[in-house]
Design a protein around this ligand. Structure first.
Ligand SMILES: Cc1cc2nc3c(=O)[nH]c(=O)nc-3n(C[C@H](O)[C@H](O)[C@H](O)COP(=O)(O)OP(=O)(O)OC[C@H]3O[C@@H](n4cnc5c(N)ncnc54)[C@H](O)[C@@H]3O)c2cc1C
Ligand SMILES: NC(=O)c1ccc[n+]([C@@H]2O[C@H](COP(=O)([O-])OP(=O)(O)OC[C@H]3O[C@@H](n4cnc5c(N)ncnc54)[C@H](OP(=O)(O)O)[C@@H]3O)[C@@H](O)[C@H]2O)c1
Length: 278
């Protein structure tokens, strides 16, 4: 495990002279990298001064291949829109064109970014409501990491319920650390205190809450464990970010309860986005 937290502005000194690395104009500089386990890492890069985004949106980031051609992939911004850096939470796909390279970035390196944020996991795509449920699996928690650090989310809803489901116990570390960071941040606590509920579950290694979130919604266990009322389309709003299967199954569970899918143009009671393709 590696945790690089210092900012390096360039390559090691040569003959006592510090050389500053010059990044290409479409690149931002890596500030820090944290490896959570052998399959997951997160990293921070500088934020282009002109970049504006809504918490929950994604953009394209990448690295050049061996011929200098950019390999670009969609990535949710995990940091809130008020932060002066951008954070991303990433899978390491064995042999994956981008992530087999991206997992080796270090402070001072450059990452290509196309500063055109888009996406449907935004407050604007939901009608006003009382509770906001955020259902994530795997790296699908990234857009919700942004939303739960955004005061606007707490201004819009009385209660925010973040669920995160992963195969293994260690894959929950990112969201667990996020909750600790929010609890330790006095500015965010002004908004989040008493309003944010967190419900981690795992499916292939035993943790306190074992099982798929879909099963825990169907059985009512989720609501019993948190001592909250079941899902209700009249008052609740939902965002979903996971695999195609998770998104399909949750969408079906919601539509049978009277929820309707929304978009930026037509806000409704739930929205979803793929955490990855395939
Ligand atoms: C809207 C959107 C937002 C995304 N946001 C993120 C993000 O915040 N963090 C992130 O790590 N990825 C995210 N992805 C996936 C990302 O775009 C890439 O697929 C991923 O970085 C792997 O790139 P690759 O070139 O190494 O492999 P690819 O060729 O892109 O993927 C190879 C295979 O790996 C699996 N895979 C890819 N990404 C994931 C993943 N995140 N979790 C589990 N399995 C995966 C799939 O089976 C895929 O077919 C997002 C995708 C979309 C469509
Ligand atoms: N995570 C790992 O340790 C690991 C290791 C090697 C390879 N991979 C590969 O990486 C890819 C993605 O793995 P991932 O673990 O990041 O994502 P994933 O397969 O989408 O699983 C993430 C979580 O979502 C749950 N889930 C999946 N489909 C669901 C559905 N329809 N309804 C409710 N819950 C659902 C999974 O439960 P279930 O466990 O019940 O499916 C798991 O807890 C896969 O192709 C996998 O083969 C993953």
């Amino acid at each position: 495990m590696r945790d690089s937290t210092t900012v390096s502005m360039g390559r090691p000194p040569v003959s006592g002279v510090t050389q500053t690395r010059v990044l290409a104009p479409d690149m931002q500089e890596v500030l820090s990298v944290h490896h959570w386990n052998e399959r997951l890492f997160s990293f921070r890069i500088t934020r282009p001064k002109s970049l504006r985004f809504r918490s929950g949106e994604f953009l394209m980031i990448g690295l050049p291949d061996e011929n200098g051609k950019p390999i670009m992939r969609a990535y949710s911004i995990a940091s809130p829109n008020w932060a002066d850096h951008l954070e991303f939470y990433s899978i390491k796909v064995p042999g994956g064109p981008l992530t087999s390279r991206l997992q080796h970035i270090e402070p001072g390196d450059g990452v290509i970014i196309r500063p055109k944020p888009v996406g449907s996991l935004v407050l604007d795509a939901l009608l006003p409501g009382k509770r906001l449920f955020l259902f994530a699996t795997g790296t699908g928690v990234a857009p919700f990491a942004s939303l739960v650090q955004d005061p606007e989310t707490y201004e819009a809803f009385d209660q925010i319920i973040l669920t995160h489901t992963t195969r293994t116990a260690s894959a929950l570390d990112y969201s667990q650390r996020l909750m600790e960071q929010i609890a330790a941040d006095p500015d965010l606590q002004e908004f989040a205190n008493g309003k944010l509920l967190y419900y981690p579950t795992s499916t292939r290694e035993m943790t306190a809450n074992f099982g798929r979130i879909t099963a825990r919604i169907a059985s009512g266990q989720l609501f019993a464990d948190l001592a909250i009322a079941p899902l209700e389309a009249a008052t609740d709003r939902v965002m979903i970010c996971g695999s195609i299967g998770l998104n399909r199954d949750l969408k079906s569970a919601l539509t049978t309860r009277g929820f309707e899918e929304g978009s930026n143009n037509e806000p409704r009671t739930f929205v979803l986005e793929k955490a990855f393709v395939g």
